[in-house]
Write a protein that binds this ligand. Sequence first.
Ligand SMILES: Nc1ncnc2c1ncn2[C@@H]1O[C@H](COP(=O)(O)OP(=O)(O)OP(=O)(O)O)[C@@H](O)[C@H]1O
Ligand SMILES: [Mg+2]
Length: 379
Amino acid sequence: MLLKSMSASQYRSLRSIRMELDDVNVFIGANGVGKTNLYRALQLVQAAVQGNFAFEIAAEGGMAQTLWAGPRRKHEAARVAFAAEVEDETTGMSFEYRIAAGLRPPIDAAGFVFEPQVKEETLSVDTGRGPVVVMERKGPGIFVRDERGRMRAFGEKALVSETAISLLAHEASAPEVGAFCRFVSQWRFFHGFRTDADSPLRRPCLAVTSPLLDEDGGNLAAVFATVAVNRGEMPEIDAIVAEALDGAALVVQEPEGEAFLRLSLPEFPHRVFDAREFSDGQLRFLALTAALMSYRLPPLVALNEPEASLHPSMLDPLADLIAQASLRSQIWVVTHSEILAEALVKRCGIEARRVIRRDGATWIEGMRLTGTFDDGDDG
Ligand SMILES: Nc1ncnc2c1ncn2[C@@H]1O[C@H](COP(=O)(O)OP(=O)(O)OP(=O)(O)O)[C@@H](O)[C@H]1O
Ligand SMILES: [Mg+2]
């Protein structure tokens, strides 16, 4: 499945934006234009699916803070809204989820003041004959279309800050909701990796089969061990590590209780180096390698400023990593680096999207109101 489009309105600097997406999406722009807000909008769709929507909004400072701070049109309610449209290329079926949330009314005691109050939620499915709503929320009531095509009330009501979709994610009676939720739940967001002395990347991790890298990188050593043990070898990973880290080689052994991240460096053939001894840049590059070359890949990998603390000489190998991953996964990259953006444009045959601000609101150069782009090379 592929994320075809996303939209957001009144969320921070995203006044009202809808954007069609490609297999590889690269966003570049100055500080504060709203690149991370766009990335966060996707994370919030995932949070809605996983039942963490209220938590994530509260953690950002609360509903009032996240609402667009600029002027609203007359009669326009104070609502943040997000939508994601997903297509299953094998069946041609598409799904669209929409959620809108607002502030707690002053006299309503249900729900806490920081929390979003979910006002609307729908999931529609289009099998080629136009969209059909399969889940709808009306206040606390949740309605699901049954196999005979009728909307039926679901047995449970949603609390004001709960999302209906998360309550239905595992309901056998709502298979389309389940399919959408499984897809969105698998997205992975990597926003910097800690490299300080106490970083989880520097510690051995439990030796548990790890087909994917955790978002904090905590199972990094186990991710490499999983590839090595299950494939017997990992020539692509070895080649990229040697290229980026001056001939260094990962030393991966079949783990017992714990998996260790170790490197052998050509200048010091008599001993191996432990993750606590790697430089910040070396460690971060290895984490990106694991994120992008793990045994499996998530259907969508989003990287926020992956170039952070990498020397420009590492950007070509990083672009190689991303381009290889793009054969298995949809990619979303936010970057400040013109070199990285250019390298990705060359490898993936795409246009980088330039994020700008217009009247305080986030926009993308060359984008029409419909969310399509003028460059016309993206089908
Ligand atoms: N509630 C809000 N209403 C309007 N604008 C907001 C709101 N909250 C935050 N912003 C704006 O969003 C901007 C931050 O956006 P974001 O973090 O996405 O920037 P960025 O492009 O990722 O920048 P950087 O490259 O520095 O990481 C800030 O300039 C801030 O003014
Ligand atoms: Mg940012």
